[in-house]
Design a protein around this ligand. Structure first.
Ligand code: ZN
Length: 428
């Protein structure tokens, strides 16, 4: 069964959704009290279409009722089997989530079904993954400048590479050390933030180093075309694969060999809701609502993610039956214009991969005044600047003012993540 606004892999998941609702009603205090206040019981779910009768839960409710109200009653926070994932709090609303490591692993395996080489690297023995991302994304105290490689080697075989909080101010000796550690560890998987890793790759090129080949999973923040191209240039064509992963759920969507992003519809039920709160249609911008199905420690029924997608039409040529989407970014990064808005993905499409561009950030200074900050190298041409200006002006509208400014440095956000779009304050 598959309708436009509701993604469900198979009939079995309808049963799993029913069971998840019963499970939450029985074990999750916040869920039960909300249902009771609406006069609902699990019996109101008989078939998948009934899911829409149930309330949508917001992140702030999870924060408010943490931990006792949202935890499945039979488990406790100090359960050794639980894995802790703090969100990066890009919008200043950090949320800590706990889930069973085994469930997260199962979700990751389901998600990487479209990409066997990732699944293989995930189950390889010995497992040798390296992680290169903002320090508080990796949540390891020892990602500090003075730690040793041994300090940063996790029990699961993940080596957390040393990263400076404000990426572009990372001292060269620290970049050299990250490269040396990769060479010595010879990873079978890179788990990286694309902007961060592209920065490291640019440094490696400067040193005439070639990093060892391995599949590359890019997550933590938006994967820009330019970062992807810079990384792919050093590795094999098509090496970087986008992964959408959420601290609340683990792996939610992954790019296949044919370059399309597939939802992990085996592990979750997805609903697509448009700006008006109605079920979205194909290619319409939609917020995704997720329901978990595996009776974890912290189950979610109809959880509003704040992440925006567009659902694409038809099946992918890779053969996967999982729906194809584009990830448009977080709602909080959208740029609102007079009567419309553009997404970070729209901006990235317009920027493209002009020669000589290392990094960019679009800053909305006033509603119709923009500054595109670019870090460029010697291959940057005046003509590419003009073309870029034209493409971006077309996207932002003729009544906007756009200045392209070459800068030596762009600051990372408070979370340590790099934001490609900085909308001006909308006013609270
Ligand atoms: Zn595909």
């Amino acid at each position: 069964m598959q309708s436009i606004q509701l993604i469900i892999a198979n009939k079995k998941n309808e049963q799993h959704a029913k069971r998840e609702i019963e499970y939450c009603y029985e074990h999750v205090r916040m869920f039960k009290s909300r249902l009771t206040s609406m006069g609902l019981t699990p019996d109101d779910f008989q078939r998948i279409e009934d899911l829409s009768k149930f309330p949508i839960f917001e992140k702030k409710e999870f924060r408010k009722h943490f931990p006792a109200g949202i935890f499945a009653g039979r488990y406790s926070l100090d359960d050794a089997r639980l894995s802790r994932s703090p969100s990066s709090g890009t919008t200043g609303d950090r949320l800590v989530t706990f889930e069973f490591g085994t469930l997260l692993l199962e979700r990751a395996i389901n998600c990487s079904e479209t990409l066997p080489k990732i699944a293989t690297a995930f189950s390889a023995t010995p497992r040798k993954h390296v992680r290169y991302a903002a320090p508080n994304c990796s949540d390891v105290e020892c990602a500090n400048p003075n730690s040793t490689m041994e300090d940063r080697l996790m029990k699961d075989g993940t080596l957390i590479l040393p990263v400076y909080h404000d990426l572009l101010t990372t001292p060269e000796h620290m970049l050299d050390r990250a490269i040396e550690e990769i060479e010595s560890y010879q990873p079978n998987l890179y788990y990286i933030d694309a902007t961060h890793f592209a920065f490291l790759v640019r440094h490696a090129k400067k040193r005439n180093k070639v990093l060892p080949e391995a599949p590359i999973v890019a997550t933590f923040s938006n994967v820009t075309k330019i970062a992807k191209a810079q990384i792919n240039e050093m590795f094999s064509e098509n090496a970087v694969k986008q992964l959408v992963s959420m601290s609340e759920f683990g792996w939610v969507a992954m790019e296949c060999e044919h370059g399309h992003l597939h939802l992990n519809s085996k592990s979750f039920i997805f609903e697509f809701i448009n700006e008006a709160g109605e079920p979205a249609s194909v290619n319409e911008l939609a917020e995704v609502i997720i329901t978990s199905l595996d009776q974890g420690a912290l189950p979610h029924v109809r959880y509003r993610t704040g992440d925006m997608y567009r659902l694409q039409k038809g099946n992918c040529s890779c053969g996967s039956s999982s729906p194809v989407v584009t990830f448009e970014g977080r709602k909080s990064d959208f740029i609102y214009l007079q009567d419309t808005f553009v997404t970070p993905n729209d901006v990235d499409e317009a920027i493209g991969v002009p020669s000589g561009l290392a990094l960019y950030q679009l800053v909305q200074k006033e509603q119709t005044v923009f500054e595109l900050r670019v870090i460029v190298n010697e291959h940057w041409l005046q003509s590419s600047e003009q073309q870029l200006n034209q493409r971006l002006s077309t996207l932002l509208g003729s009544n906007t003012e756009l200045n392209i400014v070459k800068v030596p440095y762009i600051e990372t956000g408070r979370s340590g993540k790099f934001r490609t779009c900085m909308p001006c304050e909308q006013g609270e």
